[in-house]
Design a protein around this ligand. Structure first.
Ligand code: ATP
Length: 342
C-alpha cells in the first residue's frame, strides 16, 4: 500500500510508556489529526514518525519500506512545529529556499520554486520581505511553504496553529486543508483542539494514556464513539447509567423504547441535540426541568432525571415551550444513542 503504516509502535521512557502499541494505516493523500488531551502521547508519536524519536517497539512503514531506522533527513518529510522555527535574519524567499539550498538545488530553480510556493500560500511578491515584518498568519504560511519546498512524501505538523488567535486560526485550518487537498500530500497534524481536528481531518485519531482509542472519520467519531473516553472527549454528551433487571434494559432505572443492552455495567451516550422534549409517557425518560440557558441560536434545557442531570439542546424553532419546574418526557431516538461498555 502507498502511504504510512504504524505497526505496534511503542515508546518507553524508562518505565513509563508514552505510546503503547500504536496501530494505524494511513493511505496516501489522507489528512490525519492526532487528537487527545495533554500528555496522551500524540507529540511523541509524531516525533517517531519524523524520526526524531526512536521507537522502543514496533515498526514504521512508508510506501512499503520500513523506515523505522532511517534517519530524519532521509525520510523525505516536511515538518512544521508550533514554534515555526523560521530564520529571523533571512527574508521570506531565503527561508522558503533554505531546504532547496542545502540540497544543492541551483539558484534559478530555487527562485522559480519559491515563486510557485508564494503563489500557493497567497503571498506573491513577498520573497524579499524580512520574515520579522510578517503577521502571525503570514509567518505560518511561510513555514508551511518552507516545509513543502522539497515536495515531501509526508507532511508533519505539531500544533501548527496554536499560536494564532481564534479567528485567524479557523481561517488557517480551512486554508491548510484546501492546500493539502490541492497537493494530495499525506499529512499528519497533532492538535489538542477537537474543532480543529474535525475541520481538517479525513481521519481523526483519538489518543489517551499513550493508546489509540479510535481512528475514524470525524462524523463516525462523533456518531459512533468507541468508548466512554471518546464519547466524552468529542463534543458533549450525556452518559447515562444502564442496568439490566430481569432481562429488561433500564436507563437511569427506566425502560426506554428501542434501547437494549447485553451487558449490565454499561452506559448510554446520548448527544444533547438528540434528546427531544415532550410530555412524560411510557417508554421514555421523564424528569423535571431545573434550568434553561437560552443562547439565542440554541437553547440548553437541564433536566433532573432521578438525581442525574441530563442536558437537551434544541433550536428556538424546534423547542416546545417548557419552563423550570415542569415535568417533561425525554424522547431518545435509538438510532442516535450508543451503548458503551463501562
Ligand atoms: P501535549 O499536548 O501536552 O504536548 P502530548 O500528547 O503531545 O501532550 P507527549 O509530549 O507525547 O504528549 O508526551 C507523552 C508523555 O510522555 C508525557 O507524559 C510526557 O511527560 C512523556 N515524555 C515525553 N517526552 C519524554 C522524555 N523525553 N522523557 C520522559 N518522558 C517523556
Amino acid at each position: 500500500m502507498s502511504g504510512l503504516i504504524l505497526n505496534g509502535v511503542t515508546k518507553q521512557f524508562g518505565p513509563f510508556t508514552a505510546v503503547d502499541q500504536a496501530q494505524l494505516s494511513v493511505p496516501e493523500g489522507r489528512f490525519v489529526c492526532l487528537l487527545g488531551p495533554s500528555g496522551c502521547g500524540k507529540t511523541t508519536l509524531l516525533r517517531m514518525i519524523a524520526g526524531l524519536e526512536q521507537p522502543t517497539g514496533g515498526s514504521i512503514v512508508l510506501d512499503g519500506t520500513d523506515i523505522t531506522e532511517v534517519p530524519t533527513h532521509k525520510r523525505n518529510l516536511g515538518m512544521v512545529f508550533q514554534s515555526l522555527a523560521l530564520f529571523p535574519h533571512l527574508t521570506v524567499g531565503e527561508n522558503i529556499a533554505y531546504p532547496l539550498r542545502i540540497r544543492g538545488i541551483g539558484r534559478e530553480a530555487q527562485v522559480k520554486r519559491v515563486e510557485e510556493l508564494l503563489a500557493m500560500i497567497h503571498l506573491p511578491g513577498y520573497a524579499d520581505r524580512p520574515v520579522t515584518k510578517l503577521s502571525g498568519g503570514q509567518r505560518q504560511r511561510v513555514a508551511i511553504a518552507r516545509a513543502l519546498a522539497i515536495s515531501p512524501k509526508l507532511f508533519l505538523l505539531d500544533e501548527p496553529l496554536s499560536a494564532l488567535d481564534a479567528k485567524l486560526r479557523e481561517a488557517m485550518q480551512v486554508e491548510l486543508r484546501k492546500l493539502q487537498q490541492q497537493l494530495g500530500i499525506t499529512t499528519i497534524v497533532v492538535t489538542h483542539d477537537q474543532r480543529e481536528a474535525m475541520t481538517m481531518a479525513d481521519t481523526v485519531v483519538v489518543m489517551n494514556g499513550g493508546k489509540i482509542r479510535q481512528a475514524a472519520s470525524p462524523i463516525e467519531i462523533y456518531r459512533k464513539p468507541a468508548d466512554r473516553f471518546v464519547a466524552d472527549f468529542i463534543g458533549s454528551t450525556n452518559l447515562l447509567p444502564v442496568t439490566i433487571e430481569s432481562g429488561r434494559t433500564l436507563v437511569l432505572g427506566q425502560a426506554v423504547e428501542g434501547i437494549s443492552a447485553d451487558q449490565a455495567a454499561c452506559s448510554l451516550s446520548v448527544r444533547p441535540e438528540d434528546i427531544h422534549l415532550s410530555a412524560p409517557g411510557e417508554g421514555r425518560l421523564s424528569g423535571r426541568v431545573t434550568f434553561i440557558r437560552d443562547l439565542g441560536g440554541t437553547i440548553e434545557t437541564f433536566i433532573d432525571v432521578r438525581g442525574t442531570e441530563v442536558i437537551a439542546v434544541s433550536t428556538p424553532r424546534e423547542r416546545p415551550v417548557v419552563s423550570v419546574g415542569q415535568e417533561v418526557g425525554l424522547v431518545i431516538d435509538p438510532q442516535t444513542a450508543v451503548v458503551l461498555a463501562a
